[in-house]
Design a protein around this ligand. Structure first.
Ligand code: CAA
Length: 257
């Protein structure tokens, strides 16, 4: 029996954790209780030595149809401000292990933003993305304007934010928001997570950290940061093992340290 009411967790393959958003009656609307459980599960898997990659998914019909509108409709400014509404969504971006979003159906508003916080997005051909907040008299509050602008540029970010129109998986791929489209998106995400989990966990986490620096800094600083992390990896067992295994024409056995 699960300790969670709004999500399901499992370990479908060696080193891989799966988190399934599970509020089917609300199309996985991201209520506060759901988000607390998601954060708890992410932090637990991040601390779990047996897990080296994670996948977040929803249902066929909905990855997540946004923040929970019924929960937030009566909020006022002082309540939103004082309780730091949505600030706890940022925990996901502190997670060190890679997180893949497997998106089918609706990924709207906060659902789209949750997917964009993940490290890699795979989308089913049925996926429907969008930032429809403008239709509710607000704007995205979970990073939508910033993450779309950084990846897809100003014109697209403006169009999506100001019209609130939905966009397809094919558009998302063409903008670089999504890696690829798959008609068995969860299987493919789990296969990708299994591949990542088969690498040295310390190198994988270093690689994630280095790529993320590209969004926060200048190229010169980013290149320096990458090189420093690269140098640091020569202090790991897995660097010795990986390069020895290559020279000896055998498969590496990672200690993840
Ligand atoms: N919050 C709360 N409940 C939601 C919801 C949401 N975001 N999305 C869907 N639901 C509920 C519906 O109210 C409905 O509940 P009832 O059966 O109790 O009426 C149930 O889920 C099923 O939804 P529909 O009957 O609407 O299903 P549909 O197939 O006709 O339509 C949909 C699907 C087009 C996705 C439609 O549900 C919809 O437009 N949802 C809202 C999308 C949206 O505006 N998301 C942005 C939210 S704001 C946000 O996320 C802020 C932010 O930046 C963090």
């Amino acid at each position: 029996t699960s300790q969670y009411q709004n999500i399901l967790t499992s370990r479908p393959a060696d080193g891989v954790a799966l988190i399934t958003l599970n509020r089917p009656k609300a199309l996985n609307a991201l209520s506060s209780p759901l988000y607390e459980e998601l954060n708890h599960a992410l932090a637990s898997f991040d601390a779990d030595e047996g897990i080296r990659a994670m996948v977040i998914t929803g249902s066929e019909k909905a990855f997540a149809a946004g923040a929970d509108i019924k929960e937030m409709k009566d909020k006022d400014f002082s309540d939103a401000f004082k309780n730091r509404f949505l600030e706890n969504w940022a925990l996901l971006s502190q997670i060190r292990k890679p997180i893949i979003a497997a998106v089918s159906g609706y990924a709207l508003g906060g659902g789209c933003e949750l997917a964009m916080m993940c490290d890699i997005i795979l989308a089913s051909p049925t996926a429907v993305f969008g930032q429809p907040e403008i239709n509710l008299g607000v704007i995205p509050g979970g990073g939508g304007t910033q993450r779309i602008a950084r990846v897809a540029g100003k014109s697209i970010a403006m169009e999506l934010t100001l019209t609130g129109r939905n966009f397809t998986a094919a558009e998302a791929v063409s903008w670089g928001l999504v890696s690829r489209i798959s008609d068995k998106v969860l299987d493919d995400a789990l296969a990708m997570a299994t591949t990542i989990a088969s690498k040295s966990a310390i190198a994988v986490q270093a690689g994630k950290e280095a790529v993320n620096v590209a969004y926060e800094t200048s190229l010169t600083e980013g290149l320096r940061y990458e090189r420093r992390i690269f140098h640091g990896l020569f202090a790991t067992r897995d660097q010795k093992e990986g390069m020895a295994a290559f020279a000896e024409k055998r498969k590496a056995t990672w200690s993840h340290s």
